[in-house]
Design a protein around this ligand. Structure first.
Ligand SMILES: Cc1cc2nc3c(=O)[nH]c(=O)nc-3n(C[C@H](O)[C@H](O)[C@H](O)COP(=O)(O)OP(=O)(O)OC[C@H]3O[C@@H](n4cnc5c(N)ncnc54)[C@H](O)[C@@H]3O)c2cc1C
Length: 500
């Protein structure tokens, strides 16, 4: 029997596991943990472009579009979507989910942008004080960025990364509306725990050279070395059952389709807000009964940054967010600025109403000045939405999720466009993505009083009606700020694990 059984290997799971192991507990972590089999040569993006380099292309899955948030999935990262359609079914006309059974969870593909939340936002989200936990997590994962930051207020920081030409130019523009700052990234600029600094090969959508970007599987590799840690891989957890003071956790071995189980004193579910809900609903047999859900609405605005037009771009660079932005005095919208080069132009060419030859010439002449502005909006949970588990086919391992989430009204788009022009970023379109495409999910098992929701939890993450079943990802949150959530997910998992 284990002291603690953890479900999942995403950011919340590995931080939780680390914290329990540090306290000497006997921990078992169960995940499907599909691994990345692609070996990408250690070379700069410019030297990779040969006809054999098929890993640059999108995988064959028509659900992965820019509108659905899947544009960052390349063949090199195909493992993030393996088995998802088979085991994590979701029905919706209004919500497009991004789920994974990969080792490291969604962090296998995340953009590594790190933000801290204000005290007010933490309170609205029903999360306790996190300052010491932000610092503890930063020491584990490694965050680089400006020492003085309004977006990521922590002491433990590595020196900022090299900004590319667009990032530098945007920060140098004179404008009054936004506060702008170099992005804080879970990306090393100095070695840490066997991981290396980013080589600036602009290959970060395809590979993770030296594990410079924090992806949870790199921490998992070090957890496995602890004598008090057991990793059950290739296993889909299907339900739990409490027996006296213990929890019986049932799982399906993916390779053999055999059902097995482990017993633990406490179960800590970290399956991500959508799948923690699915697992709890299935175990408590609460079907066809709606619960809340939170998700940031997201706009994707391709722009041409005029000062970079016709100029040669930076050779050495990383591919992820360069600059963070927010309007002064308004934290309901958070911006991230990216250069586009290394996500292949073929995706744009496909969508351009011109013959491919001309479309290619057109985009080639613009590529170094192409800046994508991602705008995330806060979710106060007030508009109509719901998540529920449907047990249409009881023979299936897990129930189908049904999510209804019409796009809520968002403010500030006009003002955003106007002020982007002042930054000399000329919008060439606005992609209003489907709800879900932000890939920021929370609030499916809210912190609440018993019976306030069909499924809820208390402030310690304990699921109501259970004695020893906890959820430590973002499922319990009651508000979702516009800033990226994952650094806070990890700090909160650290806080809850220490408390438990
Ligand atoms: C392309 C992309 C870009 C992103 N960029 C950013 C960013 O820049 N900044 C930011 O803050 N966030 C970003 N995110 C979001 C971020 O990745 C997630 O918020 C974060 O990974 C959530 O962590 P988690 O621990 O809650 O769950 P997840 O990462 O979702 O992990 C869940 C884990 O549970 C496992 N699991 C699920 N169900 C079961 C089951 N039944 N049995 C066994 N295992 C199960 C999964 O396999 C996985 O290992 C991005 C995500 C993507 C995909």
């Amino acid at each position: 029997m284990f002291d603690i059984c953890i479900v999942g290997s995403g950011p919340s799971a590995v931080i939780s596991a680390q914290s329990f192991l540090d306290k000497g507990h006997n921990v078992c972590l169960i995940d499907v943990g599909t691994e990345n089999k692609h070996k990408v040569p250690f070379k700069h993006f410019g030297e990779q472009l040969t006809p054999e380099s098929t890993f640059f292309y999108p995988p064959e899955d028509e659900t992965l579009t820019t509108e659905s948030g899947g544009a960052q999935v390349t063949k090199a990262r195909e493992h993030v979507i393996t088995n998802v359609h088979k085991y994590l079914k979701l029905k919706s006309d209004t919500f497009s989910s991004f789920q994974t059974l990969a080792a490291g969870g969604l962090s296998a593909a995340w953009g590594a942008a790190c933000f801290t939340y204000s005290d007010e936002d933490l309170k609205k989200a029903s999360i306790g004080d996190l300052q010491t936990h932000y610092e503890a997590v930063a020491k584990i994962i490694g965050i680089s960025g400006p020492k003085q930051s309004q977006f990521c207020k922590i002491e433990n920081k590595q020196r900022p990364a090299l900004l590319d030409h667009n990032g530098q130019s945007i920060l140098s523009q004179r404008q009054k509306a936004f506060k702008l700052e170099q992005s804080c990234m879970a990306m090393l600029t100095e070695p840490l725990n066997g991981r290396k600094s980013n080589p600036y090969f602009d290959m970060d959508f395809y590979s993770n050279f030296g594990d410079s970007i924090f992806r949870s599987d790199s921490l998992l590799k070090t957890l496995i070395q602890h004598h008090n840690f057991t990793h059950i891989q290739g296993a889909l957890v299907t339900s739990f059952k409490e027996i006296d003071q213990h929890v019986e956790v049932k799982y399906l071995e993916i390779s053999s389709s055999i059902t097995n189980q482990v017993i633990a004193s406490k179960l800590v579910i970290c399956a991500g807000a959508l799948n923690s809900y699915r697992l709890v609903a299935n175990s408590l047999k609460i079907f066809n009964t709606p619960n809340p859900i939170l998700c940031n609405p997201y706009l994707n605005i391709p722009t041409i940054h005029l000062p970079s037009l016709g100029k040669k771009g930076a050779h050495l660079r990383y591919s992820l967010s360069q600059v963070f932005g927010e309007f002064h005095g308004n934290t309901d919208m958070t911006l991230q600025f990216y250069s586009y080069r290394s996500l292949l132009l073929s995706r744009l060419i496909e969508q351009t109403p011109m013959p491919p030859f001309f479309a290619r010439l057109f985009w080639r002449s613009l590529v170094e000045s192409l800046v994508i502005v991602g705008a995330h909006f806060a979710d106060d949970g007030k508009s109509q939405r719901s998540i529920q588990a449907d047990q249409e086919k009881p023979e299936e391992a897990l129930p189908t999720l049904q999510i209804d989430y019409p796009y809520p009204a968002i403010d500030g788009t006009f003002s955003l466009i106007k002020n982007l022009l002042k930054l000399r970023c000329m919008p060439i379109g606005i992609v209003k993505t489907k709800m879900g495409a932000s890939i920021h999910y929370a609030g499916t098992i809210p912190v609440s009083t018993p019976n306030q929701h069909p499924i809820g939890m208390n402030e310690q993450g304990l699921v109501h009606t259970t004695k020893n079943v906890y959820v430590f990802d973002s499922s319990g949150w009651t508000y979702l700020p516009s800033r990226g959530l994952t650094f806070t997910i990890m700090a909160n998992a650290h806080r809850l694990s220490e408390a438990l």
